[in-house]
Design a protein around this ligand. Structure first.
Ligand code: ADP
Ligand code: MG
Length: 494
């Protein structure tokens, strides 16, 4: 890869050292498991959580004479992903053998793509907040390859087992350019990439299950200077760990350089228990993979019509959805970004906001509903309050039938008991009292009962708030606050 610096150094990201400021440079290789029924070159199932070696065909077990046959759906998924990353799609690509021995890789080589990947350069946009703004992270390439199986060392005192269920499952390796400049950007990048893959339905993004994992390349330099020597942290499987690993690794390299040492290019592992990275192997010990074109597979070729067909069915992606929500519903970019974090949450919002006040709907969906769901550890899909019910609550506010305060109580009732908000309000007498006669009556009572306060309020008009509170209390929160204010001011002569 030819390294090009696309970024202007940002002082917010500088890391202070004994000899001055430093800047980190990060590039990510993300392995994303392709969502498909069967494996990349065999008909075996890809289902997760099956008994060991349940999903293994002769091809996956590399029996002599078995031949790989490309799974067209995996090719479609890779092209869809490329389109979602606004990337160049290569109509001709090649499968190569990457040769290395591994106990859970029975072929003795991995079928991958080396010089001619299926997808070329693309990009991912990050919104890094007011200070840094919008950042574009370049994608170098995306290629298809086989996953390996899993060795199991903790089931027997002196034997290891191997589970080949994952062996041969299709992976997309998505390689970024070294455009990332902070741990926060790396976290945002992984999160955004995962969101895009989930929107596309090309990878489920479940990092706990290993469907998405990142190799993280980190180097440090003086701000804006030459790229430094990098270390690669292998197989990080959480967004938080990625951030921790990067912070630790950058600091480790700065300390070495400031001590007059040299960073040695090596592969490292992150230990979540200690928050540290440690060496796995140096460049000298690196494998010579002896890549060569796999003689069992023809070049992978398709035409423009194949790409156009897939492009036609692409869903609306997060960036476009965010821009549309801002334009259509008048909400802030920030609120829109929260809503588009998943397709279900954006859909939920739109069902609520359609035909209603966009901003008020966003407040209720994000603060009240999502806030409550997060507290209970629930997902939008299992929300006890559905879009119709939340919309119903908002309608009652907009019609002036209930106050915002009563609406919160109503939300609690719908949350725990269910039911139609309008009926609940009717049945339990929760309607806001806007009838001035009724409010006047209460105001008169409060004034009559508090002559001392009435005497004071003439000199201290801000005390009217106290009166409003008394009236609201007497009406059990149901009096229309605007009406209360108006009537009080008249009667108190303010
Ligand atoms: P390899 O295939 O040997 O791992 P590549 O040149 O393809 O090497 O780069 C792999 C990853 O390392 C890419 O994501 C790239 O952005 C990143 N990278 C390359 N050089 C640097 C560097 N000096 N600092 C940080 N990341 C780097
Ligand atoms: Mg690498």
């Amino acid at each position: 890869m030819t390294l090009v610096d696309t970024r202007t150094p940002n002082p917010d990201y500088f890391i202070a050292g004994a000899t001055g400021d430093w800047e980190m440079v990060v590039g990510l290789e993300v392995h994303a498991q392709v969502t498909s029924q069967s494996k990349l070159f065999s008909g075996s199932s890809t289902r997760f959580g099956e008994p060991p070696n349940n999903n293994v065909s002769f091809v996956d077990a590399a029996m002599p004479g078995m031949l790989p046959v490309i799974n067209e759906e995996c090719v479609r998924q890779a092209v869809r992903t490329g389109l979602g990353l606004k990337a160049k799609i290569n109509k001709r690509s090649l499968f190569d053998r990457k040769n290395y021995f591994y106990p859970d890789l029975p072929q003795g080589y991995q079928i991958s793509q080396f010089k001619d990947p299926i997808v070329g350069e693309g990009e991912v946009h990050l919104d890094m907040g007011d200070k840094v703004g919008e950042v574009t992270i370049g994608i170098e390439r995306l290629h298809l390859e086989q996953d390996a199986g899993k060795s199991i060392h903790d089931q027997h005192p002196n034997m290891s087992f191997v589970d080949l269920n994952r062996s041969g499952v299709a992976l997309m390796e998505i390689v970024s350019k070294p455009d990332i400049r902070s741990a926060a950007e790396a976290r945002a990048y992984i999160t955004k990439l995962r969101t895009i893959l989930r929107y596309l339905g090309t990878c489920d993004g479940n990092m706990e299950q290993g469907s998405l994992r990142a190799d993280i390349n980190v180097s440090v330099r003086k701000p804006g200077g030459e790229f430094g020597t990098r270390c690669e942290i292998k197989n990080v499987n959480s967004v938080r760990f990625a951030g921790q690993a990067i912070e630790y690794e950058a600091r480790r390299q700065i300390d070495i350089l400031e001590d007059g040492g040299k960073v040695i290019q090596q592969t490292r592992l992150f230990d979540p228990k200690t928050g540290e990275t440690r060496s796995m192997r140096s460049k000298e010990e690196a494998h010579d993979y002896r890549y060569f074109p796999d003689p069992d597979l023809l070049p992978l070729e398709f035409d423009d019509a194949f790409i156009a067909e897939l492009a036609k069915d692409l869903p609306e992606l997060p960036d476009e959805k965010q821009a549309r929500l801002v334009a259509e519903y008048g909400i802030t970019k920030y609120d829109a970004s929260v809503l588009v974090a998943s397709r279900v949450s954006a859909d939920f919002y739109e069902s609520v906001a359609r035909g209603r006040d966009g901003k008020l709907s966003a407040n209720w969906v994000i603060n009240d509903l999502f806030g409550r769901l997060a507290k209970e550890g629930l997902d939008v899909r299992s929300s006890p309050v559905d879009a119709d019910q939340l919309g119903g609550i908002i309608d009652l506010i907009l019609n002036g039938e209930i106050s915002g305060k009563i609406a919160k109580e109503l939300f609690e009732i719908v949350w725990s008991e269910g039911g139609d908000p309008a009926q609940i309000v009717e049945k339990r007498g929760m309607k806001q009292v806007s009838d001035t006669g009724a409010i006047e009556k209460i105001v008169d009572e409060i004034i009559a009962a508090n002559p001392e306060q009435v005497g004071k309020v003439k000199d201290k008009p801000s005390m009217v708030g106290w009166f409003v509170g008394q009236v609201m209390k007497a009406s059990q929160g149901k009096a229309n606050p605007q009406a209360v204010n108006k009537i009080l001011k008249e009667k108190l002569g303010l």
